[in-house]
Design a protein around this ligand. Structure first.
Ligand SMILES: CC(C)(C)CCc1c(C(=O)O)[nH]c(=O)[nH]c1=O
Length: 312
């Protein structure tokens, strides 16, 4: 079986990549991804100015996944733009890494995207819509009016391939409303899902939370979130114009999880918690496990089953 994947007119050896935020903060980490079996990779969401992020502990592994409140630590926009432009020069034949942006305000997002538009960057840009809104209002992607306003402004000048990273939705009315807004724009893809917001993990022995920021509240990843991730992949796959592709993120720990995301309609697959736990060798394991499942089922390519989930 072949895992070759076409995405936005580019050919990838396989659909696997890191989830933004995991193993992609420094050039060393990015280079390790570049030299791994991952089919593609993406930078940590960046802001204009370097950020230290929240006090530690801010990430905690649990038996079933992870909880994090990193606080958007990153080396600053220029660090990552310099890296991807240098990568383009050094690897002219390879696919350029994806570039993730998470401004702390609408204006900052517009400023960063304008800089990308005006640069020589020829890759794919991911706009993290889990970025904060004005205090007292929910994250951007849960504020439909502001999301539509932002995307209208973005697409008035941004002409390079752009996807959006979405938090999970849990109500069909939200799937419908979000999809009706996203369908208005020439988006390259939606990436479902970001971590499940504001979970809480309790340590029985210490009778305390396990991360310092936000009194222990943080985004949940790993096995906990796979059913929600699959629902969001499927929910948008069945609602969006076929020109808007899906990246599946959330709960991918085995080749089986990867197969399920593809069956629900995903094209690329992002790995977060499992990559954090296992390191970049996770990609070799995942692609072999996915290949084995495809061989057992008699599939020679992913196109034969992508999106073909049956209803009963
Ligand atoms: C939550 C934000 C800090 C606004 C964005 C960065 C981010 C973080 C983070 O840097 O805390 N963690 C996640 O699981 N997803 C994210 O999108």
């Amino acid at each position: 079986a072949s895992l070759r994947t076409e995405f936005l007119g580019r050919q990838y050896e396989n659909p696997f990549m890191n989830a933004s935020g995991v193993h992609c903060l420094t050039i060393d980490e990015l280079e390790e991804l570049s030299n791994s079996k991952a089919g593609a990779f993406i930078t940590k969401s960046s802001t204009e100015v370097e950020r230290e992020g929240n006090p530690e502990p801010r990430y905690y592994s649990t038996p079933l996944g992870s909880i994090n409140s990193m606080g958007l630590p990153n080396r600053g926009f220029k660090y990552y733009l310099d890296y991807v432009l240098d990568y383009q020069d050094k690897h002219p034949a390879a696919n350029t890494p994806f570039f993730s942006v998470a401004g702390m305000s609408i204006d900052e997002n517009l400023k960063l995207l304008r800089a990308i538009q005006d640069s020589a960057f020829d890759g794919v840009t991911e706009l993290n819509l889990s970025c904060p809104n004005v205090p007292g209002k929910p994250q951007l992607a849960y504020d439909f009016e502001v999301t539509e306003e932002l995307l209208s402004k973005v697409f008035s000048f941004f002409k390079k391939p752009l996807g959006v990273k979405l938090p999970p939705y849990f109500d069909f009315a939200h799937f419908d409303t979000a999809a009706s807004i996203l369908n208005k724009f020439p988006l390259a893809y939606v990436n479902c899902i970001n971590s499940v917001g504001n979970g809480l993990y309790v340590d029985l022995e210490t009778e305390s939370v396990v991360i310092k920021p936000k009194n222990g509240f943080g985004g949940i990843g790993g096995e906990y979130v796979k059913p929600t991730a699959l629902a969001n992949v499927r929910g948008f796959y069945t609602r969006l114009n076929s020109s808007i592709k899906i990246i599946g993120t959330g709960g991918i720990r085995t080749g089986q999880d990867a197969f399920e995301h593809l069956l629900c309609g995903a094209t690329m697959l992002q790995v977060g918690t499992e990559l954090y736990e296992e390191g970049v060798s996770v990609f070799e394991r995942l692609l072999h496990e996915l290949e084995d499942i495809m061989n057992k089922k008699g599939y020679t390519s992913i196109d034969e089953f992508r999106g073909k989930l049956s209803s009963l």
